[in-house]
Design a protein around this ligand. Structure first.
Ligand SMILES: NC(=O)c1ccc[n+]([C@@H]2O[C@H](COP(=O)([O-])OP(=O)(O)OC[C@H]3O[C@@H](n4cnc5c(N)ncnc54)[C@H](O)[C@@H]3O)[C@@H](O)[C@H]2O)c1
Length: 260
């Protein structure tokens, strides 16, 4: 699908890799400029080189640090004059059994995956309120907001929280002309899932539950994110769009043998 984001500026967290990077490249292809807040300074430098400073601003940011979150928004406004679309993509995971995982690991996941999103909603939302122009926010949650990941309780709890943060923001930010929506991706082929996908047994088990028998290309998530930021979705607010090839519907074993 062709979108037009000319004269628009996006704030993208986690834009140095995976889904966030696909959002960066799709948004720039559609004519927009981007402010990318990410921990990975080396990748930010490489992407600045690739896209040029008229189009790309990398702001080294830990999304779990409120001062750095606020600084990323300020730096973007200082550079481009305004912001229009936020894509809150940065995320991380630490697996561990619910009964034994340390609270330090819980805090690590919740601070990045949930608090980081809430702090960016606040910083970006306040900026749009000041500008008095329309804005959009797309949060990348996960199907784990609906279906818990085994040994991933911290991640699943955080992602369920992102879904509710999206709904809360959809009410409170609507008066400022901001639409807030979430995407709940299934398996996406990014570095985050590499260790699972490269394990043949785990990969085979995952494929059983994915009707398309493949993980998504990051661009297949980015295209939905751009749709939710475009006027084509002007009445969509507070929605959670599941993008998982039907995986969350695949709870049954294969019953076709009953008909043989
Ligand atoms: N890959 C999947 O299958 C999948 C499925 C559902 C949801 N998601 C979600 O999509 C989002 C993107 O994941 P991905 O698969 O592209 O992963 P990825 O590892 O490829 O990219 C994550 C990016 O976030 C950045 N990041 C991590 N911690 C950060 C922090 N504290 N501050 C700033 N930046 C930080 C990393 O540097 C990296 O650039 C995450 O929120 C993830 O939970 C991924």
């Amino acid at each position: 699908m062709k979108f037009d984001f000319k004269h628009k500026v996006a704030l993208i967290t986690g834009g140095a890799s995976g889904i966030g990077l696909a959002v960066v490249s799709n948004y720039i292809d559609a004519g927009g400029q981007v402010v990318v807040a990410d921990l990975n300074q080396q990748r930010l430098a490489e992407l600045t080189e690739k896209y040029g400073t008229d189009t790309f601003l990398g702001v080294p940011t830990d999304v779990s640090n409120e001062a750095q979150v606020n600084h990323a928004v300020e730096a973007g406004v200082q550079k481009f004059g305004h912001l229009d679309n936020a894509f809150l993509v940065a995320g991380a995971n630490k697996l561990g059994p619910l009964l034994d995982q340390s609270m330090a690991d819980y805090d690590f996941v919740l601070n990045i995956d949930l608090r980081g999103v809430v702090m960016f909603i606040k910083a970006f939302g306040r900026q749009i309120r000041t500008q008095a122009t329309p804005g959009t926010i797309v949060n990348i949650a996960s199907i784990n907001a609906l279906v818990p990941e085994p040994l991933g309780s911290a991640y699943s709890i955080a992602k369920a929280g992102v879904q509710m943060a999206t709904q809360s923001a959809s009410l409170e930010l609507a008066p400022f002309n901001i639409r807030t929506n979430a995407i709940l991706p299934g398996l996406v082929n990014t570095p985050l899932t590499e260790s699972m996908r490269e394990n043949p047994e785990i990969n085979a088990e995952m494929m059983k539950n994915i009707p398309f028998k493949r993980g998504a290309d990051p661009s297949e998530i980015a295209q939905v994110a751009l749709f939710l930021s475009d006027d084509a979705s002007s009445y969509v607010n507070g929605a959670s769009i599941v993008v998982d090839a039907g995986a969350t519907s695949a709870t049954y074993p294969d019953l076709s043998q009953l008909f043989k």
